[in-house]
Design a protein around this ligand. Sequence first.
Ligand code: NAD
Length: 368
Amino acid sequence: MKQKDFEVLLLPGDGIGKEISEQAVKLIDWITKNTRSNFKIIRGSIGGASIDEYGEPITDETIQNAKKVDAVLLGAVGGEKWDRLNFEIRPERGLLKIRKEMDLFANFRPAIVFNSLVNSSTLKPEVIESLDLLILRELTSGIYFGEPRGIEDISNGSKRGFNTLSYTTEEIERIAIVAFETAKKRSGKLCSVDKANVLESTILWRDVIIKTSKKYPEVKLSHMYVDNAAMQLVRNPKQFDVIVTTNMFGDILSDCASMLTGSLGMLPSASLGEMKNNKRLALYEPVHGSAPDIAGKNIANPIAMFLSVGMMMEYSFELPVMNNLIKTTIDNILKKGFRTKDIADESDKILGTQEIGNLLISELERVK
Ligand code: NAD
């Protein structure tokens, strides 16, 4: 007898998004069979798939559904087929729109190194061994959303492209609270990354972070300029535990952190909104894109997607045990030398996307 029913909206998107989503379905079905919770998967369209079907990268109906369900799981969007479309209706606009409409301001991007993969990174094993850091990126404001923006004619055929980097006190305060609360539950160390030496919006960022820190005396706060942070992430990533930063800086730093873990195919993410009426809107997705260069070949790494399902179990469904089980099972598979091509050495057993998905389920069956 099931005690709880949950609905998950699955938006596979484009390219490898579709392939890894099918593996996530296997995992969610397994979780339904082996827990007291029932996870019903509802499917929807986003990105190029939605453009092909409905003429727009996301429909209002999909956004309404996303707000109704208990969590959204997304594959990836984008591809050459839609690259020449007007900017406003390109696949990536669907992603920005759903994040904005759901007000998912807090983006958690953990970078965890599985020790069996220390040799897959381009960095020395001792630099990254046992690394477990979390980048918390502000997701609904900053330069990706600021107005005015555009490209305008100036003179003699010359143009000017411009964007606006802006943050309000309230926008900074709410991400700061999430950052301090998160740091409190981990090692109690928080590093705020900005560019307060040259950008006014991040002078305000630093001021608000410092003001919020007064309520969290148990958290040790430090500040770093983004250029130094990029260098330090590669030089000595283990000096960090939780990093909180703006939308664009977080975007760039988390891709940099992904290479510490061996591949972009290893990085999950969770994007959360504010708690309202006992409900927090949430969207889970791998950090990587639709990888058109490998799409349709059954070689995409589904691990970032599995880890995203794990984060969903912990953050939205209060099943941290399931998140840990998923991570341990992935570690077991990696320890046995099974890999997708992106993280494999010559001595490893290379498997396809579907085969890694099947192996995950049989390993879960074995250890449950
Ligand atoms: P990408 O993340 O799709 O790929 C970058 C490189 O990493 C490629 O070589 C790819 O093969 C590899 N890679 C990515 N994920 C992998 C996986 N799971 N397994 C193995 N290898 C993997 O970034 P890109 O090439 O810059 O962009 C491709 C498309 O994706 C573009 O249309 C872009 O706009 C879009 N994009 C979407 C998202 C998203 O949906 N969240 C994020 C980034 C890019």
